[in-house]
Design a protein around this ligand. Structure first.
Ligand code: UD1
Ligand code: UDP
Length: 367
């Protein structure tokens, strides 16, 4: 039986790596699809190289577009591929448009799907990701969860309890298995003169922002820039910037502060090197909330809600408003480094193996 993995956007890549590795060890026949949703070398190729993910067998090359166009292009490409290859199972990751597109196509063709990172809920339907999560989970055959709150949500929505498996977090498998490769000073050095000499571990903040809710409307961007400039009044702020917000942030004068250092999106190892050595992270990313929790780096999430509440209850994460960033950052910087940090259950580096066990069990192969 053939297992097809569908990936397409940056957060998918660290998740697929440990799952493919574990299924490979179990001798399962696999095919890796890249939809092409993300295509810049720094949003895509670098992850395959650094994380040892096999070259995709198929790249659909869908590229950017409106939600309708992008989702439809992925669906058209996958329908043709699934017709030709007849997978026994399609594995989808997270909550991006490529994920929901694959789920819709597979479900209508009667092909089973496994959703890695099932059951997360922000309960905020203004987020495209929440729509993608709801649809993907409703259609999935196997619901593989990273935290117990996800099991509760799926139960409340009427999912078959037999379909739900709490397997842990494959993003954290990747984080932990590469731990000795994160070198803060090397990551800073790799930025060359984009960051002033003399900035070193423990002395700077890392910022990532890309959510439509923060970077699409000029008034939101202006509020965010004012707050981040206040952070930059205290510490150097290093910003590996997603392409989505670049123009609006620039127009709002974000880059004009001498302590704001905007750089291109970073490779995984360089990014983790920077995050590991940061005094503070300010983000609206999903994955970064999880990574900072495990690394014990204080994280301010600029969002009204999170689908990852364990990063607050068990971790270092805190929700802040755009206006509240400066004050929260000041408090974190005064408090100093986190010393005691529990890690959420099953974020232990072995989610990939547990996912492989569920999948091989489902396919009736001896894993
Ligand atoms: C997507 C996901 C989001 C995830 C994010 C991670 C959806 C609905 N959103 O958002 O959940 O958090 O990825 O990074 O799937 N662009 C480039 N180069 C690229 C890719 C994109 O320049 O390689 C630019 C294009 O202008 C594009 C814009 O970024 O229009 C948005 O890309 P898209 O994939 O539609 O959504 P993201 O904002 O990246
Ligand atoms: N990441 C990276 N370089 C960067 C920014 C992010 O390697 O410059 C990694 C990091 O591991 C993060 C993942 O990409 O968890 C996905 O991040 P993103 O914010 O794009 O997606 P989200 O998790 O919000 O969907």
């Amino acid at each position: 039986p053939l297992v097809v993995h569908v990936t397409g956007a940056r957060p998918n890549f660290p998740k697929v790596a440990p799952v493919m590795r574990a299924l490979e060890a179990a001798g399962v026949e696999q095919l890796l699809v890249h939809t092409g949703q993300h295509y810049d070398e720094k949003m895509s190729d670098v992850f395959f190289r650094q994380l040892g993910i096999p070259e995709p067998d198929v790249n659909l090359g869908v590229g950017s577009g409106t939600h309708g166009v992008q989702t439809a292009k992925v669906m058209m490409g996958l329908e043709e591929l699934f017709t030709e290859r007849q997978p026994a199972l399609v594995v989808v990751y997270g909550d991006v448009n490529s994920t929901v597109a694959a789920s819709l196509v597979a479900a209508k063709m009667g092909i089973d799907t496994a959703h890695v990172e099932a059951g997360l809920r922000s309960f905020d339907l203004t987020m495209p990701e929440e729509i993608n999560r709801l649809v993907t989970d409703r259609l999935a055959t196997l619901l593989l969860t990273t935290s117990s709150d996800a099991n509760v949500h799926l139960g409340n929505e009427g999912a078959d309890p037999q379909a739900v498996h709490f397997v842990g977090n494959p993003m954290i498998d990747t984080l932990l298995s590469n731990l000795e490769r994160y070198d803060t000073e090397a990551a800073l050095a790799s930025l060359g003169d984009q960051v002033p000499a003399g900035v070193s571990g423990g002395q700077y903040a890392v910022v990532t922002v890309h959510r439509p809710g923060n970077v699409d409307l000029p008034e939101d961007v202006q509020a965010l820039v004012r707050s981040l400039h206040s952070v930059a009044d205290r510490v150097p702020v290093i910003v590996p910037l997603h392409p989505r917000g670049r123009t609006r942030l620039q127009e709002a004068g974000f880059m004009d502060h001498e302590n704001v250092h905007v750089v291109d999106p970073l490779g995984y190892l360089e990014f983790m090197g920077l995050v590991r050595g940061a005094a503070l992270v300010v983000t609206d990313s999903g994955g970064v909330q999880e990574e900072t929790t495990v690394l014990g780096v204080p994280c301010l999430t600029v969002r009204p809600n999170t689908e990852r509440p364990v990063t607050i209850t068990h971790g270092t994460n805190q929700l802040v408003t755009r206006e509240g960033v400066a004050e929260a950052a000041a408090a974190v910087l005064e408090r100093g480094p986190v010393t005691d940090h529990p890690v959420p259950p099953l974020w232990d580096g072995h989610a990939g193996e547990r996912i492989a066990t569920v999948i091989t069990g489902h396919l009736g192969i001896d894993g």
